[in-house]
Write a protein that binds this ligand. Structure first.
Ligand code: 13P
Length: 251
C-alpha cells in the first residue's frame, strides 16, 4: 500500500538556529505512534545538520529542495545529487514551480536531474501543476501529463517506486487560495490514471501523490480524506511546528 506522506518545503526561510529549533520542536511534538512518513526540506546549507538530527529517530527524514543536473565539475554555485546523499538527504524535491519559473527548468532538464538523483539513491518528490491561465483555458490536463511523461517516463516500473508525485497548482501556492477538494482530487485521479497507462495498476496504486498549495491544519483533513490524495507538500505552514505536526496527523 502507498504511504501517507507530509513533506515540509521550507523554501528560502529560516536561519540555521531557527531551522534547528523547528526540527527539535517537530521531533518533540510528533506522537510516538505517528504513522505518517514525514519529510523536511531545509536549505542546502544546513541540510547536513537537519539530516543528522533526524538520523537518531525514525520519525523524520531530510530532503533537499533541488539538485544539479550535472554530476560534478565546474558548475559554480550548484549542488550535486551525490553531495546531497553524502549529507544524509533521502529525498530531493524536483520541478518545483518556483524553480521551473525562476531558473527556466524544462521537462528535459528535470529528466536529467531525476537521473542524477536516482544514480545517488535519492528518492524524488516530483512537482507538477498548472498556472491559473492554463486552468482557465483548459490546457491543464495536457500540461500536467507532459510534465510527468517527459521527465519521468524513461524510468522503469522498478525505478518509479522511488517517485512521489506532488500536484501543486501554481495559483494556490502561497496565495491562501487552496484548490477545492474536488479540484485536487480530480487532478490526482487524472495523474494516477496516467500512471496506470504507463506502468499498470500496481505501480499506480502504490505511488503516493501529494497535494501542495496553501495546505494548512484547517483544510488538510478534508483534502487527505480524498481517495487519491496521499498527503501534502507544505510550504508556509511547515514553518510552524504546531501547524506542521497537526497536518501530519490529519489522515
Ligand atoms: P504554500 O503551502 O506556502 O502554499 O506552498 C506550497 C509549496 O509550494 C510547497 O512546495
Amino acid at each position: 500500500m502507498r504511504k501517507n506522506i507530509v513533506a515540509g518545503n521550507w523554501k528560502m526561510n529560516l536561519n540555521r538556529t531557527e531551522g534547528i529549533a523547528l526540527v527539535e520542536d517537530v521531533l518533540a511534538k510528533l506522537p510516538s505512534d505517528n504513522n505518517t512518513h514525514v519529510v523536511l526540506a531545509p536549505s542546502f546549507v544546513y541540510l547536513h545538520k537537519v539530516a543528522k538530527m533526524c538520523a537518531n529517530t525514525s520519525k523524520v527524514v531530510a530532503a533537499a529542495q533541488d539538485c544539479s543536473a550535472n554530476k560534478k565539475g565546474a558548475f559554480t554555485g550548484e549542488v550535486s545529487a551525490s553531495m546531497l546523499a553524502s549529507c544524509g538527504a533521502r529525498y530531493v524535491v524536483l520541478g518545483h514551480s518556483e524553480k521551473r519559473a525562476n531558473f527556466a527548468e524544462s521537462n528535459e532538464i528535470l529528466k536529467t536531474k531525476v537521473g542524477q538523483a536516482f544514480r545517488n539513491d535519492l528518492k524524488v518528490i516530483f512537482c507538477c501543476g498548472e498556472s491559473l491561465s492554463q486552468r482557465e483555458s483548459g490546457v491543464h490536463f495536457d500540461w500536467i501529463k507532459a510534465q510527468i511523461s517527459e521527465s519521468l517516463f524513461q524510468l522503469s516500473s522498478e525505478e518509479f517506486k522511488n517517485i512521489v508525485v506532488a500536484y501543486e497548482p501554481i495559483w494556490a501556492i502561497g496565495t491562501g487560495v487552496t484548490a477545492s477538494t474536488e479540484q485536487a482530487q480530480e487532478i490526482h485521479a487524472f495523474i494516477r490514471n496516467i500512471l496506470v497507462g504507463q506502468y499498470g495498476e500496481e505501480v499506480a496504486e502504490n505511488t503516493s501523490i501529494l497535494y501542495g498549495g496553501s495546505c494548512k491544519p484547517s483544510n488538510a483533513k478534508e483534502l487527505f480524506a480524498s481517495q487519491d490524495i496521499d498527503g501534502g507538500l507544505i510550504g508556509g505552514a511547515s514553518l510552524s511546528s504546531d501547524d506542521f505536526v497537526k497536518i501530519t496527523q490529519s489522515f
